[in-house]
Design a protein around this ligand. Structure first.
Ligand code: IPE
Ligand code: IPE
Ligand code: MG
Ligand code: MG
Ligand code: MG
Length: 305
């Protein structure tokens, strides 16, 4: 995935991705769920195009591995992981639309509005967002109704006006407003950070962890979320489109304020290293069990695509 010889972490990421993709394939079939009338074949094909197209599946990985800290049942964490990936993929489908970033390529393939049409892409995104909450509310999830409610509420807030969607609005405005460093950090904490934080916190919710666990994983998610977007912004400057599977050089072309653009790549790389240290130290209380999430923090900072 990342290089000719995948690291042990990358192999684990691929392994977890396959499990989540099986779940995603299942819930995105044309067979209607109980209570649904019919699922239009072309709409489901568009949704599958936007989801089953080779993402890294980092957010699902965070759900699965944060849940593993608390010995959560694997089928349960896989479903929550799939729900989060549905929200992420919806955000990408809409992010690529002509009214937003106007991109033709995603994960090395035509974006959903190119492969289908704009209206279908909008509706595929809408359906994915809704499906995510269906998965969390489903009785089959196998956790208490109180935990389900906590998941629904946390994902809604991560995805909504004060989370990813709000961050996307601020991000588009940043092409004109030129926010300063703290403004950029705040918008990125929403645009990218919120879903990543949810992924980390979900494990503590599913595992019935203490408030302290939840706060610790929230802080871990905040650190790697910022690191993730910093890496995305550096790669937008340094990487080529073929490696990334999406167009690069776009932030500067759009006049978009990013931290890497504001302070330069060397500064951004230094910040990344600091964020990884911070993320790793937050996991100290989990000892050896925290090793996989620590590796995830390093991967986020060092990723090449
Ligand atoms: C891309 O996210 C969008 C951002 C938030 C920067 P990813 O880099 O996780 O994309 P996929 O899911 O692997 O394609
Ligand atoms: C996308 O940010 C963030 C979300 C979809 C929420 P970008 O616009 O920077 O992501 P890419 O570079 O298109 O993947
Ligand atoms: Mg964007
Ligand atoms: Mg974009
Ligand atoms: Mg980007």
């Amino acid at each position: 995935m990342q290089s000719a010889t995948p690291s042990p972490f990358e192999l684990l990421l691929v392994d977890r991705a396959a499990l989540v993709e099986a779940e995603l394939r299942r819930v995105l079939s044309t067979a209607p769920l109980l209570g649904e009338l019919a699922r239009p074949a072309h709409l489901m094909a568009a949704a599958r195009h936007g989801v089953l197209n080779g993402g890294k599946r980092l957010r699902p990985f965070l759900v699965i591995e944060s849940a593993a800290l608390f010995d959560v049942d694997a089928a349960t964490s896989r479903r929550v992981a799939a729900a989060l990936e549905c929200v992420h993929c919806y955000s990408l489908i809409h992010d690529d639309l002509p009214a937003m970033d106007d991109d033709d390529l995603r994960r090395g393939q035509p974006t959903v509005h190119k492969a289908f049409d704009e209206a279908t892409a909008i509706l595929a995104g809408d359906g994915l967002l809704t499906l995510a909450f269906d998965l969390l509310a489903d009785e089959a999830l196998g956790v208490s109704p109180k935990q389900q409610l906590a998941l629904v509420s946390a994902l809604a807030r991560a995805a909504g006006f004060g989370g990813m969607v709000g961050g996307q609005a601020l991000d588009l405005a940043a092409e004109k407003d030129a926010p300063d460093e703290s403004g950029i950090i705040a918008l990125q904490a929403m645009k990218t950070g919120a879903l990543i934080r949810f992924g980390c916190e979900a494990g503590a919710i599913l595992g019935g962890g203490s408030t302290e666990d939840r706060e610790r994983l929230h802080a871990f998610g905040a650190a790697i979320g910022l690191a993730f977007q910093l890496a995305d912004d550096i790669l937008d400057i340094t990487a080529d489109g073929a490696t990334m599977g999406k167009k690069t050089g776009k932030d500067a072309a759009a006049g978009k304020a990013t931290l890497a653009g504001l302070h330069g790549i060397d500064w951004a790389r230094q910040q990344l290293a600091g964020l990884v240290n911070q993320a790793e130290s937050l996991l100290e209380p989990y000892g050896e069990r925290g090793a996989v999430l620590k590796a995830a923090a390093r991967f986020v900072a060092e990723r090449k695509s």
